[in-house]
Design a binder for this molecule. Structure first.
Ligand SMILES: [Fe+2]
Ligand SMILES: [Fe+2]
Length: 270
């Protein structure tokens, strides 16, 4: 069970539709995030199968983590449906799965259970910081419903990070991965994260609506706007702290690592 219920805790009817309806950037942001979150249910099984010997982890993955990720998607979808009811969400999501699922493969898992937890922590760092940025952006738009929703999702994502961190500590007691191995996973995962999912979601939206055609130039314009939003609202210090936490570095070494992490994050376009 999640800590909140989007049908009870988000007051969609309080959204000032006239204020946000023409904001195409916001429409894309919410729709893309809803696709990526809801799609987690289609590959969450890979992860619980990988940890099948650990009943406690499997129970947490299935009962909390997966359900919360899917709820994030449903809550965002409900926002889109409230403000842009004319958008054929289901049809566009179907197209997204068609394009995106072949890109997610089981063998993308890390070689040890502990190191896979590091990879999950990087993903949750990405989502935690992204929803933190969304909350800040929502406040700049003076849109309290979006701000509240982003805040609730942000708290879940930070909690996911903490749980993956807890499992990492558990597995690493016997695996004993050193800083070098951990850092390798961190950098690899940051590079891999890329923007493939965002681009695929954007493409699916445009192939479904309007002209039914994906225009790469309009995607470039969206990416530029995303970068502008990130520059203003993305919490870099929080991201760096979360990424480097499992390395347990002292302050001096940590300072030398910041450019490495920043460099890897640039790949993400933030
Ligand atoms: Fe999520
Ligand atoms: Fe998460």
């Amino acid at each position: 069970m999640a800590n909140w219920d989007y049908q009870k805790d988000i007051n969609y009817s309080a959204i000032d539709v006239a204020k946000v309806k023409e904001n195409r950037f916001l429409f894309h942001l919410l729709t893309i995030a809803s696709f990526i979150e809801i799609a987690s249910e289609t590959y969450a099984k890979n992860l619980s199968e990988y940890y099948q010997e650990n009943a406690e982890a499997v129970a947490w993955l299935n009962d909390r983590w997966e359900k919360e990720e899917v709820q994030h998607g449903k809550a965002l979808k409900a926002y889109v449906a409230y403000v842009w009811p004319e958008f054929p969400w289901q049809k566009a999501y179907g197209r997204f799965l068609e394009l995106y699922l072949p890109l997610c493969s089981v063998d993308a898992l890390q070689p040890t259970k502990g190191l896979e937890m590091i990879a999950r922590m990087i993903i949750e760092t990405g989502t935690s910081t992204m929803y933190r940025a969304f909350e800040d952006y929502a406040k700049s738009l003076d849109e309290p419903v979006f701000a509240h929703l982003s805040h609730l999702i942000y708290k879940d994502e930070v909690n996911h990070y903490s749980n993956f961190n807890r499992y990492f500590n558990y597995y690493n007691q016997s695996e004993n991965s050193g800083r070098k191995e951990i850092l390798k996973v961190i950098v690899q995962r940051l590079k891999e994260a890329g923007t493939e999912d965002i681009e695929t979601a954007y493409q699916s939206i445009h192939e479904t609506k309007d002209s039914g055609r994906f225009d790469p130039a309009s995607y470039d314009a969206f990416k530029k706007e995303l970068n502008r939003m990130a520059k203003k609202h993305y919490p870099y210090p929080m991201a760096i702290k979360m990424i480097m936490h499992p390395l347990h570095l002292n302050k001096a070494v940590e300072a030398t690592m910041i450019p490495v992490v920043r460099g890897a994050m640039r790949v993400l376009g933030v």
